[in-house]
Design a protein around this ligand. Structure first.
Ligand code: PLP
Length: 450
């Protein structure tokens, strides 16, 4: 096999990695993965690492899962890919049926895509065009949350709130009014609890602008914003406001879906059905790039009818509804049922919380946030004032580096250390991974403070 040194040199010469400052990455001996085994990734020199962020928050059962491998092989015996444009395919139709049966009731139609960002683009286009199709084209703006992340394509960036992206890609595509997210650790509302403050702000905005607003988009737990769960009742409050002011509610469950929070959908914790739901990541168990956007019949019906080129939804890519991906997703859902994956997350979440409890005493740990197997640990220079570390200390990045030395791969988000184990992780595995996590935080913080 090609050596690590050769591969690194070829990476240097030929490959441009995503979201990556390339010199910084190449100069720091990056891990080059050769294979996977259960909840571990194994590099080209044979060293094994726990996959502490489920690759990119998407792995469900682990790597090299015999049932998923076999499902892909079975599909390969039939066909790898044909288009969904003007024709159907077997696994795509069966998967659409299966997903509609398990999403919050009321979501009735499914549109496939290849990534979470694309699922969000479709949601925005659906909402935007829905109002045109029903003769209210003035409703063409969006409402979104501060610190939201919905993907890196320009439409999704327009409703996200990542300053780095906005600074680079303005003027963006859609107009979006930003409402401060009800962050319980850093409450942006001076005179109100986070939930009440945010709901009041949304109501004020709707009161003035509802006739211009197509939809509001929200993550039930902010992911890239630092793993920040919305307060209980927030989604329900948004649902009520969207109903009262005739604004569509888009819930982005790309990160929270498929059991990550201990229910199949984060919406299930609140009994909320959005008008449009975006899903991705865990859909194929972490194997293949399939995502989807689901909508109610009210939305679908506004696009339905005899041939009318203005009414159709103009979206679709070369690989939309790919058979291999859909077959893999069907098997993933069966395996999730057979192995009680959602229950596993629910049952082991208290253990995970207990294992992280001691971190709360650390003078540089500001907040430990958890929703099921979604954990964010915010590091601060000063607990009292919540003052962050200077950016150039790269504190969470250092912790991730220590974790790597100890045998687990993590990724930082600003000053937040993210931990998202594969959903099938066992009690023993959670125990081992959290030992490394706590030790890495201890060592990283010692290095920064010394
Ligand atoms: N929406 C949310 C909430 C996400 O967390 C992400 C990715 O992390 C996306 C959308 C974009 O998904 P993808 O990276 O598959 O495009």
């Amino acid at each position: 096999m090609t050596s690590y040194a050769d591969l690194l040199e070829k990476n240097r010469r030929y490959l441009w990695n995503p979201f990556t400052q390339m010199k910084d990455y190449l100069d720091r001996d990056p891990v080059i993965v050769a294979r996977g085994e259960g909840r571990k990734l194994i590099d080209v020199d044979g060293r094994a690492y726990w996959d502490g962020v489920s690759s990119l928050w998407l792995n469900v059962h682990g790597h090299r899962v015999p049932e998923l491998d076999e499902a892909i092989r079975r599909q390969l015996d039939q066909i790898a890919h044909s288009t969904l444009l003007g024709q159907g395919n077997v696994p795509a139709i069966l998967l659409a049926e299966r997903l509609v049966q398990i999403v919050p009731s009321g979501l009735a139609k499914l549109f496939f895509s290849d990534s979470g960002a694309e699922a969000v683009e479709i949601a925005l286009k659906m909402a935007f065009q829905f109002w045109q199709n029903v003769g209210k084209s003035r409703k063409n703006k969006f409402v979104s949350m501060s610190d939201g992340y919905h993907g890196d394509t320009i439409g999704a960036v327009s409703v996200g709130d990542v300053e780095l992206f906005h600074a680079r890609y303005t003027p963006l595509l859609f107009t979006s009014y930003r409402v401060p997210f009800p962050n319980s650790y850093r409450n942006p509302y001076r005179d109100a609890e986070p939930r009440e403050g945010a709901l009041h702000a949304v109501q004020q905005l709707f009161e003035r602008k509802a006739d211009e607003i197509a939809a509001l988009i929200v993550e039930p737990v902010q992911g890239a914003g630092g793993i920040v769960p919305a307060p209980k009742g927030f989604l329900q409050g948004l649902r009520a406001l969207c109903d009262a002011y005739d604004v569509l509610l888009i819930v982005d469950e790309v990160a929270t879906g498929f059991g990550r929070t201990g229910r199949m959908w984060a919406c299930d914790h609140e009994g909320v059905t959005p008008d449009i739901l975006t899903i991705g990541k865990g859909l194929t168990g972490g194997y293949l790039p399939v995502a989807a956007t689901l909508a109610t019949n009210r939305i679908y019906d506004a696009f339905y009818g005899e041939y009318d080129e203005f009414k159709a939804l103009y979206h679709g890519h070369s690989y939309t509804g790919n058979q291999l991906g859909c077959a893999c997703a069907l098997e993933n859902l069966d395996l999730m049922d057979r192995n009680r994956i959602v229950d596993n997350v629910k049952e082991l979440s208290p253990l995970l919380a207990m294992r992280l409890a001691s971190l709360r005493q650390h003078p540089h740990v500001g907040d430990v946030r958890q929703a099921g197997f979604m954990v964010g640990i915010e590091l601060v220079q000063d607990r009292e004032s919540k003052r962050p570390f200077p950016v150039n200390k790269r504190v969470a990045w250092r912790v991730c580096w220590k974790a790597r030395e100890l045998g687990m791969l993590l990724r930082p988000l600003g000053d937040v250390v993210v931990f998202m184990p594969p959903l099938a992780s066992t009690e023993d595995e959670i125990f081992e991974m959290t030992s490394i996590l706590c030790e890495a935080i201890e060592r990283g913080l010692r290095e920064v403070s010394s």
